[in-house]
Design a protein around this ligand. Structure first.
Ligand SMILES: Cc1ncc(C[n+]2csc(CCOP(=O)(O)OP(=O)(O)O)c2C)c(N)n1
Length: 564
């Protein structure tokens, strides 16, 4: 009889699951899986750092809303992967991290790359699994996929000890598993109560977060907003579920965004909070009036009520809930009445939007040197104007400026690090975006500090023919920290915030990519055009004004536990 080992069963289970890419760096402990993935439908996508592999899986999962797999070797491969796992936990990305580890035979004998991995990662994931039995590998892989995707999506860890991967399986005991849950929970009674509360409101807003995107609630959200006339905002993974260009969408709910968000958040008398979390981004809930009615809809009961008591907490799938709300609005024929009721509020929101934007206009348009970083963000936003364009941002101030500017036309087409705030995501996210979307333009804008972390991912892009365009917003500083120190101490602490002037574009040229260097505002657009036209992985190094302080740095100096 053919000898089948645990590694083969793992490889076959991943193939059976339809996995197309596994993001990874090789290692002896996982070779028994690699050897059975060679020349199969699964491509091992090799990065230059395990952190980058997991960030790629995270972006892949965030964009496709399907589970993505990263695979790392024991010990150092595992520890390098941890930042990506922490990030995926906060972005709700359904990723599965498979890690090798030393075998039971040699545990605690001082074997190579030995460390106790499971208790380190267990608090960081939805579920930490270890399979000790070769025959049960397919079952554990099925389990990992189920945990990653059900309820609130998130990361799952699966540890496969190397002696188990090399052990011969008793095939009479092997069973194939694959289950997918398709039903969506909806609380119909609460839907009626939401409509009743809306009838009593004058100034309602809707905020849609990543829960709206993961449940694919875009069409239902647009329909509900159009029928009722409630102004809508989006945040994080929810950006784009209703396009920023929709007349009833007022873009990001981040209060620092030039537009209506601050007045919308502060002036609302009812907040319909859909699949979002009351995090720092809402000053832990304090941005809203205490008197406002707060309705929170979330797939996870534990999330409801974090940082604020709610008037109505609903455990529900966001899409199913919105579909029910649309149905009730139609059935009770309340749409026109609600629209009329909210008209003065909508006019106020539109006026706030215009005023907020007018205030930022001089910075968006600033023509003098040195380049204002908001002008750079505006040039990028203007250039990346196709519905399918994908923009990724990374860096402290840089991501803040881009978040204040980017017009998100389609969900899943704007990525930043979100709540985990981990610099270094940019290149892996952009590479994952291009891998998934070879026909779409992908641009990353990134701080000069952040670009250093995973710089060799330029090479990964070049090797894999991923012609992404990377714009480095180069202020020769770890800008956000230098700026928040200036605000707090009156000066930046040079050690730790100074980076010096580096020609990053030349480094990319040396790797085989395209490079351009920009100092004048009017040269930004031609350089980006040339970068895309080159068809190569490109770096456009743009010198920006190091003295401009972003609202993100102001917040860092003044908010919560960061303030002096
Ligand atoms: C991995 C990681 N290390 C450190 C920090 C702290 N931090 C936040 S913003 C920032 C400065 C970022 O500088 P840069 O990438 O040049 O972007 P800029 O703020 O200048 O736009 C630092 C060091 C972090 N968020 N993540």
């Amino acid at each position: 009889m053919e000898k089948i080992i645990g590694g083969q069963l793992a490889a076959e289970a991943l193939i059976d699951r339809g996995v197309k890419h596994i993001f990874s760096i090789s290692g002896g402990h996982i070779t028994p899986i690699y050897q059975f993935l060679e020349n199969t439908s699964v491509k091992i996508f090799a990065t230059r750092h395990e952190q980058a592999a997991v960030f790629m899986a995270e972006a892949y999962a965030r964009m496709t809303r399907k589970p993505a797999v990263a695979m790392v070797t024991a010990g150092p491969g595992f520890t390098n992967a941890l930042s990506g796992i922490a990030s995926a936990r906060l972005s709700n990305a359904p990723i599965i991290l498979i890690a090798g580890c030393v075998g039971l035979e040699t545990a605690e004998k001082l074997d190579l790359q030995d460390m106790t991995q499971l208790p380190v990662i267990a608090p960081m994931v939805k579920k930490a699994l270890v399979c000790h039995n070769a025959e049960r590998v397919p079952e554990f892989i099925d389990m990992a996929f189920r945990y990653a995707t059900q309820g609130r999506p998130g990361p799952v860890y699966l540890e496969l000890p190397c002696d188990m991967l090399n052990a011969t399986a008793d095939m009479t005991k092997v069973r194939r598993y694959e289950s997918t849950v398709t039903s969506r929970s909806v609380d119909c009674e609460s839907a009626g109560k939401i409509i009743d509360l809306l009838k009593g409101a004058k100034n309602p807003i809707i905020i849609a977060g990543s829960g709206a995107w993961y449940s694919d609630a875009g069409p239902e959200l647009v329909s509900f907003v159009e029928k009722t006339g409630i102004p809508a905002f989006t945040l994080g993974g929810g950006r784009g579920v209703i396009p920023d260009t929709h007349p009833l969408c007022f873009e990001s709910s981040l209060a620092i965004r030039p537009g209506a968000s601050l007045m919308g958040n502060m002036g609302a008398d009812l907040v319909l909070f859909l699949g979002s979390r009351l995090s720092l981004f809402y000053i832990f809930g304090d941005i809203f009036s205490k008197a406002a009615k707060f309705i929170q809809v979330d797939i996870e009961a534990e999330e409801i009520g974090r940082n604020r008591s709610v008037d109505l907490g609903v455990v529900s799938d966001v899409k199913a809930m919105l579909a029910e709300l649309v149905r009730i609005v139609d059935e009770r024929k309340v749409g026109p009445t609600l629209q009329q009721q909210y008209t003065p509020w909508l006019e106020f929101i539109k006026k706030s939007d215009a005023e907020g934007k007018a205030q930022a206009q001089p910075m968006w348009e600033k023509a003098e040197m040195p380049i204002h970083p908001l002008r750079l963000a505006r040039e990028i936003d203007d250039y990346m104007d196709r519905e399918d364009d994908i923009v990724v941002s990374d860096g402290g101030d840089t991501a803040t400026w881009m978040g204040m500017t980017r017009t998100v036309r389609k969900a899943g087409h704007y990525l930043d690090y979100g709540l985990y705030g981990c610099l270094a995501v940019g290149l892996p996210y952009a590479n994952a975006a291009k891998l998934l979307n070879p026909g779409k333009r992908v641009l990353l804008v990134i701080g000069d500090g952040s670009v250093g972390f995973n710089f060799m991912e330029f090479h990964t892009a070049i090797r894999n023919n991923l012609p992404i365009v990377v714009v480095v917003a180069n202020d020769t500083l770890w800008g956000m920290i230098a700026h928040s120190q200036q605000l707090r101490l009156g000066h930046a602490i040079k050690d730790g915030t100074d980076l010096g002037h580096v020609h990053y574009e030349k480094m990319v040229e040396a790797l085989g990519g395209f490079g351009a260097y920009v100092e004048k505002p009017e040269d930004i657009r031609p350089a980006i055009e040339a970068a895309f036209a080159s068809g190569k992985t490109a770096c456009v190094n743009v010198m920006v004004d190091p003295s401009v302080i972003s609202p993100g740095s102001v917040a860092l100096a003044n908010l919560g536990g960061y303030k002096a």
